[in-house]
Design a protein around this ligand. Structure first.
Ligand SMILES: [Zn+2]
Length: 438
């Protein structure tokens, strides 16, 4: 039995321990901003596993949100590999909690799936990466290149300066990186750009008893319409509706062989991808309108996000949204005089890696060897820390157990146990193949 089979066997024999490890990890609440306990736990686990060096450092002003980087030092002559994952999860609000069938912070197993907050996004991926290293150490396998496992904070709210960008600035580099986000064990080579935006529309507030007068023409000689008041929320809806048509145009216009139905090109056999549905959408999320319950809203402030493909610049996307605002305003006397304002809160760039990059090929081959199935190449439907590695010149792919469609960021988030085990084996094999070859 060669060392690769030995490691796979070790992972199979220790899969119960792997599942228990992942459950213990989920039990530690690590909602963004509150990562300390989970990160201290990860540090202890890395020490127990036997990493050569553990770098524990916080980049936030209070020093309570540490990143943990575990390094398994190679003997030299091989290539380094980074595996990156975020420790933070999204919260569970009271409305969401009512829809959970179990306690999100006390994971249960049902139908071979683990249920809990953060299990797919992405404590499963981090558990798999840690166990891949554990499997290698327990099987006495030596590495030539360094393996660098980055467990970072602040991904969910885009605080990459405190997390991944900060870690990269500290000097961690490699010719190839894998972000262990949930990808349904598909190989995600392209990630879209993401933007969060804010739309502000001015109205004219007045007692809500005046609605009739602001909505319909009145008897000759009486004031009506905007002389009385203007409902800012209704004006904003005109723009949001028009943006829906723009979104539709985008999805007809922006096509890529790896997005939307995808199709594996590994052996030429088409195989539908489940992850890369290729939706470039505008999603209004936080809506604030008026500040008094019995008044016509005098303003509307709508905040939301959007995704666009990597080959289109964020500025061009925003320009197109502004053009739609202008077009709508042209046929609205109030908006013509009171132009709505669109501001960008942040730009999160895309990330891409060539499907034929030697690292991607190593990962794809490992996947094939582990599963005896062809891998599926697909595209990300969200944004993740791959961007910040990619921007620093580190070729980065995204691959991990779980899926954004397994109720991630919502009630009853789950992770299939077979994916957890598969990903662990694929990581182990990829680490060996990559780090031990020139
Ligand atoms: Zn995530």
């Amino acid at each position: 039995m060669d060392y690769v089979d030995k490691i796979s066997k070790w992972i199979d024999e220790n899969s119960v321990e792997l599942v228990n490890f992942c459950k213990s990890y989920v039990r530690i609440n690590s909602v963004t901003g509150n990562e300390l306990k989970a990160q201290n736990w990860i540090k202890i686990q890395m020490e127990k596993i036997g990493f050569s060096k553990i770098d524990y450092f916080a980049l936030d002003s209070k020093g309570t949100r540490p990143n943990v980087v575990g390094i398994l030092k190679g003997s030299g002559g091989g290539k380094s590999l980074i595996i990156n994952g975020h420790a933070d999860t999204v919260p569970v609000n009271d409305v969401e909690l009512k829809s959970w069938n179990s306690n999100p912070w006390n994971p249960i197993i049902k139908d071979n799936k683990i249920y809990g907050r953060g299990v797919s996004d992405m404590k499963g991926g981090i558990s798999a990466a840690l166990f891949a290293v554990k499997a290698m150490i327990e099987s006495n396998v030596d590495l030539k290149g360094d393996l660098i496992l980055e467990v970072v904070v602040g991904e969910e709210l885009g605080e990459h300066e405190k997390g991944t960008s900060g870690v990269t600035r500290r000097g961690y580099k490699a010719p190839f990186a894998i972000v262990a986000e949930p990808t349904n064990c598909e190989i995600l080579t392209i990630y879209p750009g993401a933007i969060t935006w804010q739309l502000f529309v001015k109205g004219k507030t007045v007692h809500n008893s005046q609605k009739n007068k602001i909505t319909y023409p009145q008897r000759y000689g009486l004031d009506y319409g905007e002389k009385i008041g203007v409902d800012a929320f209704k004006k904003a809806l005109k723009i949001l509706n028009a943006w829906e048509f723009l979104e539709k145009e985008w999805n007809f216009r922006w096509k890529h062989s790896i997005l939307g139905g995808g199709g594996v090109e590994y052996d030429g056999t088409p195989k539908p991808d489940k992850e890369g549905v290729g939706i470039f959408g505008i999603t209004p999320a936080i809506i604030e309108s008026g500040d008094y319950i019995i008044a016509i809203p005098g303003f509307a402030r709508i905040r939301g996000g959007l995704y666009h493909p990597h080959w289109v610049k964020g500025e061009e996307v925003i320009k197109e949204m502004r053009e739609v605002i202008n077009a709508v305003s042209k046929y609205d006397d109030w908006l013509k005089k009171n132009p709505p304002e669109l501001k960008v809160e942040y730009y999160w760039g895309p990330s891409i890696i060539d499907k034929d990059h030697s690292g991607v090929k190593t990962l794809a081959n490992s996947f094939f060897e582990v599963t005896k199935e062809n891998p599926i190449y697909s595209g990300g439907v969200g944004a993740c820390d791959s961007t910040w590695l990619y921007e620093k010149g580190i070729p980065t792919v995204v691959f991990g157990p779980g899926s954004t469609s397994f109720h991630v960021h919502g009630p009853n988030e789950f992770l299939p146990i077979d994916q957890l085990v598969t990903a662990t084996k694929v990581y182990a094999r990829t680490i060996l193949d990559w780090c031990n070859n020139k």
